[in-house]
Ligand binder design. Sequence first.
Ligand code: HEC
Ligand code: HEC
Length: 537
Amino acid sequence: MGAGKLPGGNGYAELVSLLQTNPKTGKPVQDLSELMPLLPQELLSNFTFVYQSRSPHGELGENSVDPLHPRILLFSKDGRLTMAFTGNPGKPGFNTLEVVHFEEPKARFELSQFVLPAAGGAADNGLINPPQCLRCHGVDPKPITDSYPLWPGFYGSVRDTFPKESEELLWYRKFLKEQSKQGLYRFLNWPNGTSVPPYLDPKRYNRNTVEAPLGEMKFLPNTRLGMAWTELNRKRIQRKLKGASEYSHFRYALLSGLLNCTKLPISTAADEAVYRDIYYENEDRLQRLGYRPKGPGKDALSMMELGMYHNLSEIEYVARVLQLDSSDWSLAYESQSSSFFDGILSSAYGTTDYYLKEDFVQEMLRDLAKEDPAFKPYFRTYTAYPNNQSFGERLDIGSALGACKLLKQRQDENSLALPVFASPVIKEETQSAPELLEHLRVSQSPFERCAHCHETSTALLAGRKIPFSSPNKLSSVLHSLSKSGRPMIEEIQIRISLHGIGQMPPRGERLTQTQIKQLTDYLQAASDPRPTLRASQ
Ligand code: HEC
Ligand code: HEC
């Protein structure tokens, strides 16, 4: 792998062959301290750390990650290859390598795991997309990250640096002093020019800027990784749009609406519903961060999406027209997340902003230009970071707007009009959980233990809110899709009858047959019959 990657590749094939044969010994690589010096400089120079992990290595699982032993993420500059492993030799899971790579022709991310010989090896090393990974990374898997400017649980969680008041800075300095020169951490290429490598020096933290300071890109690993992934993710989403049976009918009208050539028929109520969702998601994210800015500029750390909710409701409208489930479009861990923002603020054109939806416009128009030469002149891109060709391809919106007329023409040839949806109905709670239980003659709540992890603040760590004790809210969640792509109501059934990995509750006594029956009755009573969305593959 010293030679880098095959032309046009993502470096994954080289990594696999390196693991099979260390060119220096001619034998399989035994452990991570043997692997690291063999890796290309690019991977050793692009890294970030997770100190509070929601993966199986964190608190709810092996408990192998802590502020002095953060999990290491190495990535190629273009985000096409990312590796992750823990750094604590005394804990379970050490010497296991997890990989996510992007397959360009398929527009898919793929996951794999390698338990190295020092950790006992595993028969399914290198198996693509093992089911045990998909229950969190999703059936159409993706890397997991929050969106700019906050990554709770990652070091540099606030804009790739540390606000002075945050405890995280103390921990990070302690880690640098005590651990960074040891173990696996010592193989990393620690950059100079900051007191908290690889992150931005807190002295340079300016809470009044929104955008990532360009000249400092070198010290912004979380930002860089998010930008690179976002660019790959938008290709993944475009693959889903194209796969929808209605896509060819509606794409001209949808693209025209996203470009603001025409107006998409979205009600104020739909806009408000989207705003409300982002508002609550943002609150959760700040709570997970454990640090709340005060005084002037206190909103600076809020999700950028809060200010762009109309664009988000346009994205949701697109999903709805195409009858696609959009719950896994964002790279956030939570289902139905609205966090998309990658930190590149290039998308204002005149007084119109194209934030977030610009990614959709770009891929839709790229495809159109490939298929229909008449659109070719309107698809132009430029690079947002001339010194960095690995990511930052942006759409030239001025040129794209030239397509308005042609879009209208194609739309007229194609008589279908965009559907108008009735406003989302906000149902009043008709029956409370105790009432429903009484009706079912169940004296003890069968979901008490579930609620502990899925409804309280633990749900932020679990990343899966399931509102068991609120039947109305529960109803819509039961009809949504789980990470494994099944209707949630089925997923719950499967999880409570599993043994071992993935069983619910994950720890302690399993539910008894009676409890399973009671929970099932409750779920059925809470869920009213209605169609479930299709998984967008
Ligand atoms: C319990 C949920 C869960 C399971 C199961 C899981 N992951 Fe993850 N994974 C996460 C979360 C959450 C992150 C984000 C960083 C963190 O919190 O540690 C992550 C991060 C990663 C990363 C780093 C890049 C990224 O996405 O941020 C890789 C690589 C990865 N996981 C691979 C795997 C592989 C391979 C498997 C199966 C062997 C797997 N994961 C199983 C939750 C999970
Ligand atoms: C100790 C905390 C804990 C308890 C108790 C718990 N869960 Fe979970 N649950 C999790 C975590 C963490 C995940 C995410 C990792 C995974 O999918 O395995 C999860 C995931 C799930 C999922 C998958 C959701 C999705 O979108 O894929 C379902 C369904 C579920 N739990 C149901 C239940 C039920 C039903 C109970 C009670 C019988 C329960 N859980 C109890 C922690 C818990």
